[in-house]
Design a protein around this ligand. Structure first.
Ligand SMILES: O=c1[nH]cnc2cc3nc(NCCN4CCOCC4)[nH]c3cc12
Length: 374
């Protein structure tokens, strides 16, 4: 059964696209980058700053939220928007990926993934049906099917086994989702590792099941960037042009530019906040490591032309001092600066695609990164 389409494709420039995805909590302008509010908070950043930076939508991790404070508790408190104070659209992942990367004693069966909570060791079972129920309880605007992601490199048999299991779980996720509130969406996830044929089979069969949007999973799991880009080139054209395409877990600003060029609309990654906590700043001139002693006496801000006040008004010397001193303010400032830079990049891409100048935008952006931090 085909699901209603909430995506308006507004303009294209080559394979790059820009559009609006309408959710119950607001419109998402694509290409969009979703900062990760992992456990119901954007680590070290107020929601006000996330919104002011230009983010339309944030990601919440089902694995963390179901373990603490619990999905039923969040539902009783009015859902994620009321509970957290972020009143915009939220996408939640299925929890399956983080079970495999964060929990102990996990076991994958046809029925479900079972594991022990990394918080209190309690035994937990996560089936496709329970994952959809949890995402519904959280009040998600965009839910993700449960899937099995294989780390690369991997053998063909393992890649095919996980791809076919994910397809069966896609069917079950969709059946469990049927009675979702009006306007809420469910995205399928394409697996298939680094094998083009598997990607084509998975995409075709996923589209036959029918989803509001489609994620490309199984990437950014250890493969070289060239392999990731090749799999995007194999997969994106096999997905419906009028539905959103979401590349999971990606990535650096360079990854975002390359993937939008190949037809991707949505992204999520922990890098802006995680790298910020480690003293790294993302700027128009590439990444700057504020731990480096060369910044100790530098009165210049990160970027005198940035529209983000903390990037325009705070000296590198002070940021260096905060980072070296382990001051919390250092992590907070660099996290907001990085989220703002990612949103600046996405806004630039949307505007360039709309104007038909995306190729020039790519050249200018890469030239800025290549210039480095002078
Ligand atoms: O197939 C997937 N299915 C469901 N969730 C995912 C999440 C994913 N996240 C990554 N990569 C994350 C890479 N990060 C980069 C920054 O540092 C932390 C790791 N790849 C991913 C693949 C999947």
């Amino acid at each position: 059964m085909s699901l209603p389409n909430h995506f308006d494709l507004l303009a294209t420039d080559g394979a790059a696209r820009t559009g609006h995805l309408t959710t119950p909590h607001g419109v998402v302008r694509t290409p969009a980058f979703m900062p990760c509010g992992t456990a119901g908070a954007m680590k070290g950043v107020h929601w006000r700053e996330v919104r002011d930076a230009g983010a339309d939508i944030v990601l919440g991790n089902t694995y963390h939220l179901m373990l603490r404070p619990g999905a039923e508790r969040i539902a009783a408190l009015g859902g994620l928007q009321s509970f957290t104070g972020w009143n915009g659209p939220m996408l939640t992942d299925s929890g399956g990926f983080q079970v495999m990367s964060l929990s102990d004693l996990r076991k994958v069966s046809e029925r479900a993934v079972t594991f022990r909570s990394h918080i209190d060791g309690a035994k937990v079972e996560l089936s496709p049906e329970r994952s959809i129920e949890v995402q519904r309880l959280l009040g998600s605007d965009i839910a993700m099917q449960m899937d099995e992601c294989v780390r690369l490199p991997a053998g063909r048999d393992d890649i095919e086994r996980a791809m076919r299991l994910s397809l069966r779980w896609a069917e079950r996720s969709k059946r469990a989702f049927e009675s979702a509130p009006e306007g809420c969406m469910l995205f399928g996830i394409v697996q298939g590792g680094d094998i083009a044929e598997m990607r084509h089979i998975n995409a075709r069969e996923l589209v036959e099941i029918g989803f509001h949007g489609y994620a490309i999973g199984g990437l950014a799991v250890g493969e070289p960037q060239a392999v990731m880009l090749a799999m995007i080139e194999e997969t994106a054209p096999a997905l419906p042009a009028d539905r959103p395409r979401y590349l999971m877990g990606v990535g650096t600003p360079e990854d975002l530019l390359e993937a939008v060029t190949r037809g991707i609309d949505m992204f999520d990654c922990v890098m802006p906040t995680r790298n910020g906590r480690h003293g790294m700043a993302f700027t128009r001139f590439g990444q700057i490591n504020l731990r480096n002693a060369r910044h100790a006496d530098d009165p210049r801000p990160l970027d005198e032309e940035s529209e983000w006040p903390s990037a325009r008004n705070i000296s590198r010397a002070y940021l260096h001092h905060l980072v070296r001193s382990g001051e919390t303010l250092g992590a907070m400032l660099l996290s907001e600066i990085n989220i703002a830079y990612y949103q600046h990049l996405m806004r630039g891409m949307r505007d360039a695609i709309t104007a038909g100048t995306f190729e020039t935008f790519q050249k200018q952006t890469r030239a800025g990164w290549a210039r480095g931090d002078i």
